[in-house]
Ligand binder design. Structure first.
Ligand code: NDP
Length: 463
C-alpha cells in the first residue's frame, strides 16, 4: 500500500471510465486486494450497456417481429399487430437502469470506490477530479475511456443524429437516411425498417460491410433491399438543411432529397481529448488511439489502457478480456496477453451476419484452399412465400485441412459462429467438423455434413 500524503488520496489503481473494460479491470483488481477507484463522468456500463450492444439488441428483437408476422400466415396465424415505440423505449430504459445498477454493485461489492466525476491526468501517477477538486495519487492508472460516434464535418451536421440519440427518440421518424456502411448503419437500418420507417442507406463504398467476406456482403445487401431498404452506393452526404419538418439532404451526385431524420453511422473515434494524456507523456497511434503493448501498457510504464480507446478491436468482449488480462498482469502477478488473432463477430442486421477467421479473398492468398458452401431457404420460410435463403460457408486448407474461416448469413448466425469459434481456436480441421454428428433439423448441421468443396483455389486461382 502506498503512503498517504496530506493532499492526495492514494490508490493502488485508478481506472478512468466505467465501461466494459474498466469495470472488469477495477472489479478484478479489487478482488485481488488492490485499493481501487473507478472514475466515471456519465453512466456506469459504458457504450455497450447504456447506448450500444444491449439496448440495440432490444431494438433488434422488436424489429424482427415484422419478419415473423410475415411468415406467420403460413403456419395458420392471422396477426393484427400494432407497434408502440414509447413502450419499447420505456421498457428498454428500465432494463438498462437495472443493468447499470448491477455494474455498480459489481464494482462496490469487492470494495472499489466509484467516483462520479471527470478525471484529468496531471502527471504520470496523479489525477485531478474536475467537479469535486479531489486529487488522487495512483500506483497504476488504467485508461478505459472508450469512444464516441464520428460526425462528418459538413454544413448542417447538427441536424443529424447518431446512435446515441437514436436510443431516445421521442417518436419514430416517417423516414430516415443513414450514412455509413458498417455495423451501426446496417443494424439501425434494419431496426428502423422493421419498425415501419421508410429507410435509406447512403454509403461511400460499393457494398455494405467492407472487409467482410464478399458473399456475406452481397447477401446482406440483397436482404436489406428485400426488406424495402433503399441502398445508395458510392455517394456521400454533402450538406443538410432544415425545410419545415424535413431535413433536406444534398448528396455528392448533386441530388437533393427530404428525410424525416438523418443518422450518421460513420464510425467511432477514441475518447482521448481533455484527459491530460499529454501531461502523462502517453504516445498515440497514427489513428489517434492510445498506443499499448501486448499487456496493454502505454508508453508510460505505470499507465495502461484497454478497450476502444486503444483501437485494437472495438468490441465489448475484447475490452472485457483486455481488462481482465490487465488485472491478472498487474494485480495477480500473472502476466497475461490477450490473443487478438481470432475474433468472431456478428452484425445483428436482418438477415443476421456472423463471421470468424479469414474471408475467402484473404484465405486464397494463404495457399491452396477448399470452399464449402451451401445456400438454402431456412425451414421457417418454407411454409411461407418468403424466398430468402441463408448461407453457410466453410473455408479450409486444401484436402480437408485446417478450417481457416467460417461465414454465416441468416437466422442464428451469431449463435452458430460463437460455437464454431471453439474448434477453430483449437486449430480444428475439416475432419474434426465431420466427426460431429449432425443435429436434425437445424441449419448448423450443414457445417458438419459438407461432402465436397463447392470450389477450390489452387495457386490463388479459383477452379
Ligand atoms: P464502422 O467502422 O463499422 O463503419 C463506419 C462506416 O462509416 C464505414 O462504412 C465507413 O466507410 C463509413 N465512413 C467513415 N467515415 C466516413 C465519412 N467521413 N463519410 C462517409 N462515410 C464514412 O463503424 P460503426 O460506427 O458502424 O461501428 C463502430 C464499431 O463499433 C464497429 O467497427 C464495431 O467494432 C463496433 N460495433 C459492433 C457491433 C456488433 O458487434 N454487433 C454493433 C455496432 C458497432 P468505409 O467502409 O469506406 O470505411
Amino acid at each position: 500500500m502506498r503512503r498517504e500524503t496530506s493532499l492526495a488520496e492514494v490508490f493502488d489503481l485508478v481506472v478512468i471510465g466505467a465501461g466494459s473494460g474498466g469495470v472488469r479491470a477495477g472489479r478484478l483488481a479489487a478482488t485481488y486486494g488492490a485499493r481501487v477507484a473507478v472514475v466515471e463522468e456519465y453512466r456506469v456500463g459504458g457504450t455497450c450497456v447504456i447506448r450500444g450492444c444491449v439496448p440495440k439488441k432490444f431494438f433488434v428483437y422488436a424489429s424482427r417481429f415484422t419478419d415473423m408476422f410475415e411468415v406467420a400466415g403460413g403456419f395458420g396465424w392471422t396477426v393484427n399487430a400494432s407497434f408502440d415505440w414509447p413502450t419499447l423505449v420505456a421498457n428498454k430504459d428500465k432494463e438498462i437502469a437495472r443493468l447499470e445498477a448491477a455494474y455498480v454493485a459489481a464494482l462496490e461489492t469487492p470494495g472499489a470506490e466509484l467516483i462520479r466525476d471527470r478525471a484529468i491526468l496531471t502527471g504520470p501517477s496523479s489525477i485531478q477530479l474536475v467537479k469535486s477538486g479531489r486529487v488522487l495519487e495512483a500506483g497504476t492508472i488504467l485508461i478505459a475511456t472508450g469512444g464516441h460516434p464520428h460526425i462528418p464535418d459538413i454544413p448542417g451536421n447538427e441536424l443529424g443524429i447518431t446512435s446515441n440519440e437514436a436510443f431516445h427518440l421521442a417518436t419514430l421518424p416517417r423516414s430516415i437516411l443513414i450514412e455509413g456502411g458498417g455495423y451501426v448503419a446496417v443494424e439501425f437500418a434494419t431496426i428502423f425498417a422493421g419498425l415501419g420507417v421508410d429507410t435509406t442507406i447512403v454509403y461511400r463504398g460499393d457494398c455494405v460491410l467492407r472487409g467482410f467476406d464478399e458473399d456475406l456482403r452481397q447477401g446482406l445487401s440483397a436482404g436489406l433491399q428485400a426488406r424495402g431498404i433503399r441502398l445508395i452506393y458510392e455517394t456521400n452526404v454533402r450538406a443538410l438543411r432544415k425545410s419545415g419538418d424535413n431535413i433536406v439532404v444534398s448528396f455528392s451526385d448533386e441530388v437533393e432529397a427530404p428525410f424525416g431524420a438523418v443518422m450518421f453511422a460513420t464510425g467511432r473515434r477514441a475518447n482521448v481529448s481533455g484527459y491530460g494524456l499529454e501531461a502523462a507523456g502517453i504516445e498515440m497511434t497514427p489513428g489517434r488511439h492510445i498506443a499499448v503493448d501486448e499487456y496493454s501498457r502505454t508508453s508510460n510504464p505505470s499507465i495502461y489502457a484497454v478497450g476502444d480507446v486503444t483501437g485494437r478491436s472495438q468490441l465489448t468482449p475484447v475490452a472485457i478480456r483486455e481488462g481482465a488480462a490487465f488485472a491478472e498482469t498487474v494485480f495477480n502477478n500473472n502476466p497475461t496477453a490477450v490473443d487478438h488473432s481470432l475474433i468472431g463477430t456478428a452484425v445483428f442486421a436482418e438477415p443476421e451476419v456472423a463471421t470468424i477467421g479469414l474471408t475467402e479473398a484473404e484465405a486464397a492468398t494463404h495457399g491452396d484452399i477448399d470452399v464449402y458452401l451451401v445456400r438454402f431457404r431456412p425451414m421457417i420460410n418454407t411454409l411461407s412465400t418468403r424466398t430468402e435463403r441463408m448461407m453457410l460457408k466453410l473455408i479450409t486448407l486444401a484436402g480437408g485441412g485446417r478450417v481457416l474461416g467460417c461465414h454465416i448469413l441468416g437466422p442464428g448466425a451469431a449463435e452458430m459462429i460463437q460455437l464454431v469459434a471453439i474448434p477453430m481456436g483449437m486449430g480444428a480441421a475439416k475432419a474434426d467438423f465431420d466427426r460431429a454428428m449432425a443435429m436434425h433439423p437445424t441449419a448448423g448441421e450443414e457445417l458438419v455434413t459438407f461432402r465436397a468443396p463447392a470450389y477450390r483455389y489452387r495457386g490463388g486461382v479459383r477452379s
